[in-house]
Design a protein around this ligand. Structure first.
Ligand SMILES: O=C(O)CCC(=O)C(=O)O
Ligand SMILES: [Fe+2]
Length: 546
């Protein structure tokens, strides 16, 4: 097939795929959304390639025409003699009347190929309801990378080079001057001056180092300094802020903002000389939330720094069980206890590849930004950066085998269970420590079904780095393993809330994380998990707010 035909064929495939899964905003909160973005970008590249190819052909023919004229001009010799030849006169007049118009003026000034391409491109994008990524996506992606830095303690210069902790964990990508500048600028705008200034310095390094890659023209020394100087002021380093501000003036002596800032810095420095310097801000800037003990605990468990001691693990067991269902005698469940009280267990190899493919096929096109909170009060938030969808058992009969398996493993009834929730995390995607149970006893939202008794969490894929399910109070971080199931009881036997079950989805450092939640409720379990006689109300209440 000719190159052009191959291209058109590829273009029409990309376009038809996009047409069926329309593309609309919020890209940073799920890796699956970003995949669509690349398809649209590929489509635009194809369109522009086509445009450039045509433009190139036009340019070539203009060049040929100009060379031809050049030749004629050189050959003209004695003009009288030249125009004494009536054919030359005619040719010259014709050329100026027609040839220039058709060969140069019309293609350049009128037919404007570009306009035709512009409208066809925007028509195509409108058809697929494409909304490109926004400033909010860029901010969200910045927050995601900052979260990874903070939780996994990634030095800025290393992350900029794509180097992660651990020997084989290279991202095989490095960031350009413009990437680093964008990160630095966004962080400084959010008052994250410490990390912000580090990224800006990385941008400077790249601007003056070997150009490894394509450097887009939207970043310059002055633009970097314009961000860097206020960042150091924000960090309380007035002298450096002043020095960098002067550097702006070295480049551009009439820079209005820098001239204003110069007066400000000089008067402040003079005041400092009299009253003594102001205290510099701590370079390890932490927000109020990050300073809390609970956040530190979350971070350390996600990092794997804090884990159960061998003494704590002493009574945990691993075994194969058919859970009293004869069907599983040949291929029993592989159960690994992770905590006895509250009960947490890992059940290995529960889903088959074909089942996970079915789940993805049915869910992937319907993902929406995840919310937290109860029914009408639920909102999207940085606490949970993911997208999800629900798969109902009634409308997906192929799920019945999985539903039955869940009943067999847990011994609970699915009569009061929720539909299966498919989740995909975004850039540095996480779900901060939370409880799965409702604040009340669950009746307000779930009626007779009551509160969420047990969570069953399927891992639909392996995650290269990060993304563990963490239980800070249990010092437990469970790494996702494709096809396996994590189960835990959120409530005491008495059905009171068990605050020790606070858990989180740690930020995904490398890879995409897909999970499926199934929540079993208290209702309908009367014979399966009878309530205990003791009231556990108030047990571990001190952990509620932590
Ligand atoms: O993604 C995880 O590991 C945890 C998810 C979770 O806790 C939830 O969706 O409620
Ligand atoms: Fe949860």
């Amino acid at each position: 097939m000719e190159l052009r035909t191959v291209r058109m064929f590829r273009l029409s495939i990309i376009f038809s795929v996009l047409f069926f899964t329309s593309v609309s905003g919020d890209y940073y909160s799920a890796i699956s959304e970003l995949e669509k973005l690349l398809d649209v970008e590929a489509f635009i590249v194809e369109k522009f390639d086509e445009y450039l190819e045509r433009a190139q052909q036009e340019q070539d023919s203009i060049k040929r025409f100009l060379a031809h004229i050049d030749e004629l001009q050189n050959d003209r010799g004695d003009l009288e003699e030249y125009f004494g030849n009536p054919l030359n006169s005619f040719i010259t007049i014709r050329r100026l009347v027609h040839d220039w118009k058709f060969n140069v003026f019309d293609p350049v000034f009128q037919t404007s190929n570009f306009e035709t391409y512009k409208s066809s491109l925007s028509d195509s994008l409108q058809k697929i309801k494409f909304k490109g990524p926004t400033q909010e996506d860029l901010q969200g992606a910045t927050r995601g990378l900052l979260r990874l830095q903070k939780i996994y303690q990634l030095p800025t210069d290393q992350l900029a080079k794509g180097v992660l902790p651990g020997e084989k964990n290279h991202l095989n990508t490095s960031l350009s001057a413009s990437d680093c500048f964008e990160l630095g600028k966004n962080l400084c705008q959010n008052k994250e001056y410490s990390y912000g200034s580090e990224w800006l310095l990385e941008a400077t390094k790249r601007l003056h180092g070997e150009p490894l890659d394509f450097i887009s023209p939207n970043v310059s020394d002055v633009e970097i300094l314009e961000q860097l100087s206020p960042a150091f002021n924000g960090l309380g380093n007035l002298k450096l802020a002043h020095k960098l501000n002067n550097e702006i003036l070295d480049w551009e002596p009439n820079h209005e903002e820098a001239l204003k800032n110069k007066i400000f810095f000089e008067s402040k420095l003079a005041k400092d000389r009299i009253l003594g310097p102001t205290k510099p801000v701590d370079v390890n800037q932490m927000t109020e939330k990050e300073q809390k003990e609970s956040f530190q605990l979350y971070k350390r468990v996600c990092q794997g720094e804090l884990h159960q001691s061998p003494r704590e693990q002493r009574n945990l067991k691993c075994w194969r069980s058919h859970q009293e269902v004869p069907y599983y005698t040949i291929s029993p469940f592989k159960i690994e206890q992770l905590s006895l009280d509250p009960y947490v267990a890992y059940v290995h190899e529960v889903l088959m590849d074909s089942e996970m493919e079915m789940i993805m096929d049915h869910g992937k096109g319907h993902m929406e930004r995840s919310k937290v909170g109860q029914s009408v009060n639920s909102t999207t938030t940085e606490i949970r950066t993911s997208q999800n969808t629900w798969l109902w058992y009634e409308s997906n009969p192929w799920l019945s085998k999985i539903k039955q398996r869940l009943e067999d493993i847990t011994g609970l009834s699915t009569e009061s269970a929720e539909p299966l929730q498919l989740v995909n995390y975004g850039i540095g995607g996480q779900y901060e420590p939370h409880f799965d149970f409702m604040d009340d006893d669950g009746h307000a939202v779930f009626g007779w079904k009551g509160n969420r008794l047990l969570t069953a969490l399927f891992y639909i894929n392996d995650v290269s780095l990060g993304g563990a399910t963490a239980f800070p109070f249990l010092r437990l971080a469970v790494p996702p393993v494709k096809g396996s199931l994590l189960i835990w009881y959120n409530l005491h036997r008495s059905t009171h809330k068990d605050f020790r079950t606070k858990h989180a989805g740690c930020p995904v450092l490398k890879g995409s994380k897909w999970v499926c939640n199934e929540w079993f409720h208290v209702g309908a379990q009367e014979f399966r998990r009878p309530c205990g006689l003791n009231s556990d109300e108030g047990k571990f209440l001190d952990l509620e707010e932590k």
